[in-house]
Structures are given as C-alpha cells and as structure tokens.
Design a protein around this ligand. Structure first.
Ligand code: ADP
Ligand code: MG
Length: 614
C-alpha cells in the first residue's frame, strides 16, 4: 500500500515494496482473468484511421505486388516451355525466350523489393501515429491511473508504447503484405492451375478447408499464448524499471542476490511463455505444407496421365509449379494470420491505455482563468481515494486571503499532499468545492488553473537534461529565458552551487537528478516554481531535505517570494512553519488553526528540537 513518505530512504522502501507486490498484479491489472481483456478489436478496422492517410505508399506497394505477381505468372509458363524449346533445337527462339524470362525475373525482383519498401513505410508510419496518439492519451489520464492500488506501473506503460507498438508494426506490415499480394498471387496461380488441369486443381483444393480449420483453431491458441508472453515481458520490464532506479537501495541492503532471484523468476516465466509462443508460431506455417501432399498426389496422378500419353509436359509442369507457388501465398496468409493473432494482445494492451473515462473533466465551456489575486477557498471539501477507504479530507474548510502565507502541518499521511492535489485539480473533491478568486476551479480550463498554481513537491522531480532546461521546464518548447532562469536560481539560493559546476547552467542533472544532493535538487525544484512566477505557490515539504543553513537561505528567499502572492507552506520545521501568518493543523480530515504564539513558545522553549511536534 501507499504510505506517505517524508524522506528519501522512505521513498526507496516504498518503491521497493511496491515493486514486489505489483509484480504479480501487473498482469492482473491488465487482465483479471488472465485472458486478453474483452476489447472489440478483432480486425484491421481499428487501425484504419491510422492507415488512411498513408494510402499512397499502400497503393504503390500493392501496385508493385501486382507487377510482381504478373511477372510470376509469365515466368511459370515460360519455364515450362524450356524443355520443349531445348529439344526443338531452335537457338534463336531459345535465346529470345531466355531474354524475356530474364527480364520478367528482374522485374519481379525489383517489384518485390519496392512492394516491401512501400508497405513498411505505411506500417511504420501507422505505428508512429499510434504511438503518438497513445502517449498523448496516457498523459491525459487522471493522476489516479498512475497512483494507488491499481496503478499501472510506469515500466509497463513504457513497454507498451515502445516495444509492443513495434510488434503492432510487424502485424500491420504482415497484413498489408498479405491482403492484396497474396490474394493476387493465389488468384493468378489458381487460374494457371485451372487452365493447366481443372481436375487436378479440384483434387488439390480439397486440402484447403481442413487447413483453414486447423489454422483457425491454432490461431486462437496462439493469441492466448502471445498474450501471456506480452504480460510476462511487460512485468519484467516494469520490474527492471523499478529496481534499476533503486540500485542504491538494493546495494545498501545487500539485496543483489535477492533481486537476482526475483529477476530470474520473472525471466523464466517469460522464457516459458515465449518458448511456447515460438513453438506454436512455427507450427502453423507447417500445417500449410500439408498442401505439399497435394503436390505429391498431383504428381502421382500426373504420372498416370502421362503414361497413358494424353497429356503434354508443359501443362503438367505449369500445373505443378503453379501449385507450389500457390502454397506460397497460402503460407503468407497463414503467417499474416499468425502475426495478427500474435499482435492482437499488443494492439489491445496499447489501445486499452487510451480507453478511459476521466474523473477530472474540463467542461467544454470552461473559462480561461485570467490574472488572479490568489484568494483560495476550500468549502466543505471531502475526499477519499476509493471505495472502502476512509475519507482523507472530511468536510474541510479553508480560506486563504489573497497574498497571504499560511502553513499546513499535521501527521504524515494526514492528507496535506492530497489537499494540494485537489487544489491543482489532479483529483476532484467528492463533496464541496474549491474556489480561486471566487471561481470554482471546476469551471476553468485546467491549463490556465495550473499556470497560476506553482508546486514544489516533496518528491523532487528532475528530468534528464540540463539545469537550465529543468528550471525553465515550462518554456522548454517556446524558448527558455536564461535571465529568468538565473534570477529564479538566485532567489532559490541554488545559484551559488550551480556556478561552481564546470558547465554551470548547461550541466546535465543525470538520471532523476542523481548528480545532485537532496538539498540541491530541492533548491532546483524551488527555482523551477519561481521561474513560473505563479500567483499561488505551494511548497509541499519542499524544504525538508535542506540542511539548516541552506533552509535558512531558502527561508530568506521565501521572504521575498511571499510578497505579492499566496503561499501555502507544508513543513515540519518550526522556523519554516512560523514564516506563515497563520498556521493550520490538518488532522482527521479537518483543519484547525493553531495559535502562532504557542508555537513560538515551543520554538524558544526547546532549541534542540525544532521539528514540529503534535
Ligand atoms: P500527507 O501529505 O499529509 O503525508 P497524503 O495526502 O499524501 O498525506 O496522504 C493521505 C492519505 O491518503 C494517506 O493515508 C495515504 O496513504 C492515502 N493516499 C495518498 N495517495 C493515495 C492514492 N493515490 N491512492 C490511495 N490512497 C492514497
Ligand atoms: Mg505529503
């Protein structure tokens, strides 16, 4: 379960525990019954919108396939003629026919290559569009999707959008490469066979229904096994994602061997699923080879016919070659069917990420929240994270005047961060409302609300990139104002350590900011919030990782900051808490004002402990 975390050490233990408990539930969260979720995706129809705009390469690919099949249909009878040409001893005709054959072979080679190139272009474009669409949809999902009991692990989502989307590409290619080209080749070869010998053709066709039946049955099995393989690799990837981010914690706890065993167990689950999939996948095309019995049978019949002397060689040759070449597209269809069944779980898992009903909904007529003075009101707000879980906030009232600074204190897990999440509208209250400047935040555009509210969170988030990019994150796309970056860093007292770095503002922060200490990261996060210059600033235990001297520096900075904006400080250290004009205690889901003077007494009474004590 999720527990509040106030220190880095705690955070590690939480992510660690989470990874162990969710390894098994990753699969469950995707498919409770262990079977593919009942999504209506059974055909190419769902992919149609993503393929539509690429009709040109698809059309070109199919035209090339028509050329290729046409060449083939010319090649077969030409080759069939050769024995008689050789015996006829007509070198001129032999050379001429040979040249024509050579040209058709060349045309077929080039057309087949172009067919592949065009169809891959369409398939990969389709994957690109699906990826972008799914990623955007994922970002639109409520925070609740990523948090809490049924939260999907980031590694799983990452795996779906990266590797599984590529699998979808293989499926799409396979289908494009099959639908028209294989049908054309099948039709061309079947015609040739019929021309050569209608009776033999009918005998050979008898094998088709049984093959279709077996392939259909095996395809469904393949889909199930493929789903297992997908789930097991997604679990593996989610596990890796978590454990590699916590290497420090793993090493500090001598947990390398324990993690190695856990990894082996996940990897072996995947191994067995993957192996079963490969075996099954390899089996289906071989079923098609039953058709070769048809060839043998046809040969047998042909030999009888020939021995009776009423059949010509080239027709027999043409028939048998056509039959062999007919098997090729049937195998192609089998392979594509395989790919579809193998890819279906990936497609479903990918599109599953995009089908959801948001709890936090932006009204179509939502207002743009213009400049605000920063007055914040919580009116009878109640909230809980799910059914059967107690209320975190229970009829909470709070009125922060514009420009005022208040502090929020309370026990860990008391709901302070939850209150912040509600103010940012990451969740909506179940009862009551939250107003900024008298406007219900549910009636304004989310983007405009979040522009006015700056957050420095207790989990400092730095992205791989430079310091400047991290501080000016909001303007990453539109162009970072370096003057503002430096000013923000100075105000947050981060400027001094940044200047000592060899590349200064261009220094890379490393994965998750691992190149910096907790205090440095927090000062960078504060600088990021200052860069935004919000009307309402929230510091959610933002100074907890600072040592006393740097906290003092940040406190001085905050003194400047508190002017002209509303500030909500969530902190434990008394000196920080007392920077506020009013202090509130959040307990049992309600707020209660604490008198500053009693806190002052406490501060002066015990110099040794400046932590807030409830
Ligand atoms: P605080 O910030 O005061 O330490 P939080 O607001 O983080 O407390 O958490 C309040 C309570 O809500 C805790 O009991 C915590 O376990 C629970 N909680 C927080 N986030 C979630 C979540 N996403 N899903 C379920 N419970 C949650
Ligand atoms: Mg908190």
């Amino acid at each position: 379960t999720y527990t509040s975390n106030t220190s880095n050490a705690n955070r590690f233990s939480i992510s660690y525990c989470k990874s162990s408990s969710t390894l098994t539930t990753t699969a469950a969260s995707v498919s409770p019954s262990g079977r593919p979720p009942p999504i209506k995706f059974t055909s190419l129809i769902s992919l149609k919108p993503y393929l539509q705009s690429d009709w040109r390469p698809i059309l070109c690919g199919w035209l090339c396939s028509a050329v290729s099949v046409y060449s083939l249909s010319k090649i077969v009878p030409l080759v069939g003629k050769f024995p008689s040409l050789m015996t006829a001893a007509n070198p001129m005709k032999f050379r001429k026919e040979g040249l024509v054959l050579g040209v058709f072979v060349l045309v077929r080679i080039i057309a087949s290559y172009l067919q592949q190139a065009f169809l891959w272009e369409a398939a990969l474009n389709c994957v690109y569009k699906i990826r972008v669409y799914v990623f955007n949809r994922v970002l639109q999902r409520d925070l609740g999707f990523f948090e809490g009991e049924n939260g999907v692990l980031p590694g799983d989502v990452a795996y779906r959008i990266s590797a599984e989307a590529s699998d979808v590409g293989d499926t799409v290619y396979s289908l494009l490469d099959t639908i028209v080209p294989s049908t054309l080749q099948f039709a061309a070869m079947a015609t040739q066979m019929l021309i050569a010998s209608p009776t033999l053709s009918l005998i050979s066709a008898l094998a088709i229904p049984s093959m279709a039946f077996i392939t259909g049955y095996l395809g469904e099995k393949l889909r199930e096994i493929s789903n297992e393989a997908h789930l097991s690799i997604a679990a593996l990837s989610a596990y890796l994602n978590e454990v590699l981010a916590s290497v420090l914690f793993v090493k500090a706890n001598n947990a390398e061997s324990c993690e190695s065993i856990r990894f082996q167990s996940l990897a072996s689950t995947h191994l067995s699923a993957h192996l079963r999939k490969k075996k099954m996948k390899g089996f289906i095309p071989h079923i098609v080879q039953i058709m070769y019995f048809g060839v043998l049978f046809a040969l047998g019949v042909a030999s009888l016919v020939i021995s009776r002397g009423n059949f010509d060689y080239s027709a027999i040759f043409s028939f048998i070659t056509s039959l062999v070449l007919l098997i090729e597209p049937i195998q192609g269809v089998g392979k594509a069917y395989n790919e579809l069944k193998e890819g279906e779980p990936a497609i479903e898992r990918l599109f599953n990420l995009t089908t959801f009903k948001s709890q936090v909904i932006e009204e179509p007529d939502a207002l743009e929240l213009g400049p605000v003075t920063g007055e914040v009101k919580f009116c009878g707000v109640s909230f809980k994270y799910g059914d059967g879980i107690p209320f975190v906030l229970d009829g909470l009232d709070l009125h922060v005047k514009a420009g005022e600074t208040i502090s929020l204190v309370g026990p860990s897990g008391g709901g302070k961060t939850t209150l912040v999440k509600l103010l940012l509208r990451l969740y909506d209250p179940l009862v009551g409302s939250i107003l900024i400047d008298g406007i219900d935040i549910r009636s304004v555009r989310l983007e405009s609300l979040r522009r006015h509210v700056g957050l420095v969170s207790q989990d400092t988030t730095l992205f791989a990139g430079t310091i400047a990019e991290n501080i000016g994150y909001r303007d990453l796309m539109t162009g970072i104002d370096m003057r503002k970056v430096e000013l923000a860093a100075q105000t947050a007292n981060a400027d001094e350590f940044i200047k000592n770095l060899p590349k200064r503002y261009e220094t890379n922060v490393g994965p998750r900011g691992s190149n910096f200490s907790g205090g440095q990261k927090q000062r960078l996060a504060i600088a990021r919030a200052l860069y935004q210059n919000p009307s309402i600033l929230i510091l959610d235990e933002a100074t907890s990782a600072l040592d006393s001297s740097s906290e003092q520096l940040v406190r001085q900075a905050l003194q400047h900051l508190m002017q002209n904006r509303t500030v909500l400080i969530i902190a434990h250290r008394l000196e920080t808490v007392l920077m506020a004009e009013r202090v509130f205690l959040l307990n049992d889901g309600k707020l209660q004002e604490v008198s500053r003077s009693s806190l002052m007494d406490k501060l002066h009474g015990s110099l040794s402990s400046t932590e807030f004590v409830i």
